[in-house]
Design a protein around this ligand. Structure first.
Ligand code: 2PG
Length: 249
């Protein structure tokens, strides 16, 4: 049996401000920095010291990885940044306040934008100053296609090849693999791992900075999955993520 460690980055400054983030490269908040250190401690205490790690090319994931590896005394392992682990691109929603967007378009529409499987956000024009078009990180054609805005289905289509080509062979060869990514790129990976339906994956919300363990058999089928740390805290934080698209009370 193999154990794969998935970790959503620590709280970012836009998580704190409740803004749609996507590919916007915001930094960790002070609380997010602490979450990253605590995640490293949980991974170390569970004896899951990574041999190799994969991240997105966004600093909130990379910094979370760095801080976690420092706690694990594993800063020397190979780390692989890949844009295919980036957050789902949120198109023209990037930068907007989620509660204000719910007030303007309704909670139901925001829920569809956040959690439906095949509805794209309003698209981001190439000429929009928020576009990542000229960012040297994204020279690949495929990345350029994604940056107008993605459905979760689009995100699955880029995450799964990375899983199959790079990460799954590492896991199956017995390496301890750590994946530090984002709420929706991890939902994309989990949909594939758990063979979830599109309805099931709509219900999944992942809190920041808490290691999520997937136990896999030799064929890659999921045997079990669970968070490290206090289950009550995980439940509260998971609900808080689900509530981000609600009207402010
Ligand atoms: O804004 C985003 O990029 C994501 C993750 O922070 O949010 P959501 O949970 O609304 O998909």
């Amino acid at each position: 049996m193999k154990k794969l460690v998935l970790l959503r980055h620590g709280q970012s400054v836009w998580n704190l401000e409740n803004r749609f983030t996507g590919w916007t490269d915001v930094e960790l908040s002070p609380a997010g920095l602490l979450e990253a250190v605590e995640a490293g401690r949980l991974i170390k205490d569970a004896g899951l010291l990574p041999d190799i790690a994969y991240t997105s090319v966004l600093q909130r994931a990379i910094k979370t990885l760095w801080l976690g590896l420092e706690v694990c005394e594993r800063m020397w392992i190979p780390t692989v940044p890949d844009w295919r682990l980036n957050e789902r691109h949120y198109g023209a929603l990037q930068g907007l306040d989620k509660a204000e967007t719910a007030a303007k378009y309704g909670e139901q529409q925001v829920l569809v934008w956040r959690r439906s499987y095949d509805t794209a956000p309003p698209l981001l024009a190439e000429s929009d100053p928020r576009s990542e078009r000229h960012d040297p990180r994204y020279e690949q054609t495929e990345a350029l296609k994604a940056m107008a805005g993605e459905t979760l289905e689009d995100t699955v289509a880029r995450v799964v090849p990375l899983w199959e080509q790079a990460m799954a062979p590492m896991v199956q060869s017995g390496r301890q693999v750590l994946v530090v990514a984002h709420g929706n790129s991890l939902r994309a990976l989990i949909k594939h791992l758990g063979r979830h339906t599109r309805e099931e994956i709509m219900e999944l919300n992942i809190p920041t900075g808490i290691p999520l363990i997937y136990e896999l058999d030799d064929q890659g089928s999921v045997l079990d999955h669970y968070y490290l740390g206090d289950p009550d805290k995980v439940a509260v934080l998971t609900q808080a993520v689900a509530n981000q698209g609600r009207l402010q009370s």
